[in-house]
Write a protein that binds this ligand. Structure first.
Ligand code: FES
Length: 103
């Protein structure tokens, strides 16, 4: 952990429903645009070691394409089985046209 803010994407880089893979402090994360709101979450599913980048964004949630669990992008909490552990979510802010993430 670096305990600092890092710019990870332009504010308008992603269209609704799009994701971007990033690496911050050695962690693989995803920037997600859910209906115009930007979120940063862990890239890997908490159920098995599988990339959520291969899933899709729907109604403020990200879906794992391997077994179909949905995770709330704001809280990281799984909303459907089989996943029963949350994914990490990260603090973000918009400044100077950039999305910043705190790690
Ligand atoms: S690996 Fe994501 S739900 Fe199973």
């Amino acid at each position: 952990m670096t305990d600092s803010w890092i710019a990870v994407a332009a504010e308008d880089e992603l269209a609704p429903g799009q994701m971007k893979r990033i690496q911050v402090a050695g962690k693989r994360l995803l920037v997600c645009n859910a209906d115009g709101e930007l979120y940063v979450v862990d890239e890997m599913c908490s159920h098995e070691d599988y990339s959520l980048f291969l899933g899709c964004i729907q109604d403020g949630r990200i879906k794992c394409s391997l077994h179909g669990s949905y995770f709330d992008l704001k809280t990281g909490i799984p909303k459907t089985e089989p996943a029963d552990q949350p994914i990490c979510t990260y603090r973000t802010r918009i400044e100077d046209g950039q999305l910043w993430v705190y790690s």
